[in-house]
Structure formats: C-alpha cells, structure tokens
Design a protein. Structure first.
Length: 348
C-alpha cells in the first residue's frame, strides 16, 4: 500500500472521528446499583494511594488509553503526548493500527518516519504498551504462516503485547477495505496457538461492541483482556461510510447503527462472571463520557475476581490535539473524580 494512501486514510480518520461519535441514548439503563453515602467517611487524603491491578501493572486510575490513530501526519505528536501522560498518571496504552510498521519492516513503500511514529517505549516508561493490528492483516499472515513478522514487529516496537481489533463492518464499508474469510474467533485461536501463551493478546471491537455469544466465546480463550469498544463512541463503520461514495439514503447506512452499548455488555460480562464462565480481564470502552457508572463497574468486576479498566479514546485524543496542558488537566480531574468515587459511591 502506498504511503500517500495510508496517510490520507489515517488523516481522514482523525478528521472524521468527531463527526462519527454517537449519542449514547441507545444504551440501556445501568443495571448496577450504586449509592452515594456522604455520612460514612471523610475526604480522601493526598497520601492515600488507590491502585487497580491488571496483570503485573498497578494503575493509579483504572484507565486505559484506547487505540485510536497511527500512521497519520498528526499521529506522532498525539501519540507522544498520550505516552507521556500514560507514564505520569500510571495508565496503560494501546497504539493505533500498526500496519505501517509491518509494511516498513517488510521493506515495502512505507517510510521509516511513519514507522517511528509508533516508537513510544522511552516516553511511556514501564507502563503497559500494546501494538495493534486488524483481523484482516492477521488472517493473511496466519494463512501464509508468517506470524514471525508480527513477533518481529512487537520486538521492534518494544511493546508488551498485541491488541487484535475486530472490524468486519468497518472493512465492509471502507473503500480500501479487506475481506476476511474465516471467523475472527478461529483466526484469534490460530494466533494464540502461534504465540504459545508467550505474548499477551487483547481482543477488541472498533466501535460496535459485540453480543453475548461473542463475549462468551472470547471468555474461553487465554486472552490478556477483552476490550468492548462498544457502540456509543467513535463509530468506525460510520466513519468509513462517510469516506465512501455511498449516499445518505443508502440502505447500507443501517450497518452503522448495529451493535451494543457498554452498559449492555457490562451486564452480559457480569452474568458470565457470576457463572464462572469469563476469564480475561475487561477494558470497558465505547463512548465513555460520564465515568461514575463505569468506575462502579470496575468495582463490581473486581468483587467478582476480574480486573477491569475504563478505556478512553477520542476524548483523550481531543485533549492531546489541544495541547499537553489540557490533556494533563483532564487526567488530573479524572483522578480526583476517581478518588472521590472510591470514597463515597458504594456498590450495592
């Protein structure tokens, strides 16, 4: 794929992301009960340290910087600001699609400067950093028995693992989209077999979330985490529809409305955990604008012996575009909100 074509598509993604945000009115009412109890405790003290653990890492805020962008003209400054913030606030971070890095390492047409947009280890310190590839690219490499290229990429990027994004609606509507032949579940299993449990793997959707059967099936795999990327945030199917030649009266527009919200998915995950049928960690993401219900879900999942974080993509990218000080102020306020939530909001 030519450099210009990759650059143009990724710049389109950044520019159209705000237009592709969905209102969250479709989401079901929270089925977790949280009460505000102002009589039982004083304010949190500055010296109190609240940590959420996932894998070998502690998080001062249960927050994951969800994969958003890579290989665009604006990507380096955005990614560097997010990486520095992840290190300072003890967060985790997923890179945008690392396909340009694969292309570069494969000695194709991608410039080294584009691949270097993803080299963030020195900025993120020892915080969890995951690369990101799409299901179509991984299927091609699995079929060609070239999984070693993924491992080479992970070593080049000095990351802790791989995030595999599942995006059948996006690929179907994308003008340059790739088609997948096998089920994402089958491809994921083959990738895990190749990794031999030595490389942590996160599986995520890209803006539509997934239903209970897909969630349950992923729960049976030895994954590091499942990220919801639910309907309600950046809708990549809608984004690609906007980039295509399709008109607004096209019946294919209906596909951009398919999916499930984060609250709905949290409910299904809870049912699976109660039944002892879900094993991976959980990253709750997809249109997170109000954090109180999702911090409550983090507590609930922890009580069910499942580590959980809240994943945020577009709002953090937006602050990073505005400037580093805006990003840091936003995270400081989130940290304050989380500390107060931990003190005063009680899960029933």
């Amino acid at each position: 794929m030519k450099v210009k074509k990759i650059n143009n598509r990724k710049d389109d993604h950044i520019g159209l992301a705000k237009m592709s945000q969905l209102a969250t009115s479709h989401q079901t009412k929270s089925i977790i009960s949280t009460t505000y109890e102002p009589m039982l405790t004083g304010h949190p003290r500055r010296q109190d340290h609240l940590f959420t653990q996932m894998g070998k890492w502690n998080f001062s805020i249960p927050l994951w910087v969800s994969s958003m962008t890579g290989g665009a003209k604006q990507a380096r400054i955005i990614n560097e600001r997010l990486a520095r913030a992840a290190e300072e606030f003890q967060l985790g971070m997923g890179l945008g699609s690392c396909r340009p890095v694969l292309e570069f390492l494969d000695r194709k047409t991608v410039r080294a400067s584009m691949a270097k947009d993803f080299l963030l280890r020195k900025l993120v310190g020892d915080r969890p950093l995951f690369a990101n590839l799409g299901i179509a690219q991984v299927e091609e490499l699995v079929e060609k028995k070239q999984i070693s290229k993924i491992l080479t990429m992970l070593k080049f990027l000095e990351v802790d693992g791989l995030c595999l994004h599942i995006n059948p609606l996006q690929e179907w509507l994308q003008p340059e989209g790739d088609k997948i032949k096998a089920s994402p579940l089958e491809i994921t299993q083959r990738l895990l077999d190749s990794f031999k449990n030595e490389t942590p793997l996160i599986v995520k959707e890209v803006g539509q979330g997934m239903g209970p059967k897909s969630l349950a099936a992923l729960g049976e795999l030895p994954l590091f985490a499942v990220e919801f990327a639910a309907l309600g945030g950046t809708n990549f199917a809608k984004l690609e529809f906007s980039r295509s030649a399709l008109k607004e009266d096209s019946p294919m527009l209906e596909m951009t409305k398919w999916g499930h919200g984060a609250e709905e998915m949290c409910g299904w995950a809870k049912e699976l955990l109660v039944q002892k049928k879900f094993l991976p960690n959980i990253i709750i993401s997809g249109g997170i604008r109000e954090f109180t219900p999702y911090f409550s879900w983090v507590k609930k999942f922890q009580s069910l012996s499942c580590s959980s974080l809240v994943g945020v993509g577009f709002p953090l990218m937006e602050k990073a575009v505005q400037g580093e000080k805006y990003l840091h102020l936003y995270l400081e306020e989130l940290q304050s909100l989380y500390r107060m939530h931990h003190q005063y909001m009680i899960n029933a």
